[in-house]
Design a protein around this ligand. Sequence first.
Ligand code: 13P
Length: 251
Amino acid sequence: MRKACVAGNWKMHKTVTEAETLVQELLPGLEGISAVDNVICPPFTALDRIAGMVRGSKIELGAQNVFWEEQGAYTGEISPPMLAELVKHVIIGHSERRAYFQESDQTVNKKVQAALTAGLRPILCVGETLEEYEAGKTGQVVRRQLLAALDGVSEEGISTMMIAYEPVWAIGTGKAATPEGANRVIRDYIRDELAGLFSRKVADRIRILYGGSVKPVNAREFFEQPDIDGALVGGASLKADDFIQITQAAI
Ligand code: 13P
């Protein structure tokens, strides 16, 4: 049995003060829900403060990005060891980073490897664009992104990771994938690929999340799917009530 996980990607939202307020609202609502894991990924600037607030609670902390070098003259970048003191998880390969910051399958792979070396747990994002979806290339794209990102990753490494399937056309659009469609992609092009790459036993242990317009009204249908183990939530993770309701739907 895989334990469900509901993770929030806050993206570029919330000042430190605003982040504190949101976490104060989340803590009492999530604390009783022991059947579901929760991860929140605030912006870098709020991580130190929020790390102090969630210590000892059920909320785990993640970052939204990381660079692959350990240290050096890389103005503006944040290294895996810097994050490892503050967070447990790190989102890698989000489609917004691929689209706006030129991240490639190769740089995503370097980030995954560097994060694992530092003891961070990557939340690897994969997903096709609308154009790729309409051209019937979903399977091909998701498989390519997955295999490239995991090149050189050990069984021990993958066992600490989560994968998020986020079709780009469903992110922030209000047009979520169908639960059955998302489950099919996750099963055929992620879980079965993991079984081929590692083993069926390993593949059956990895948590795979769906992301893209998950809201309190539709969350449950996704969680009812056999291969969907939770959600990576964007917009709805910025409202405490919505994030708590989505977490309750995963029980
Ligand atoms: P939305 O939930 O706002 O569609 O964003 C999903 C996402 O990109 C999470 O990483």
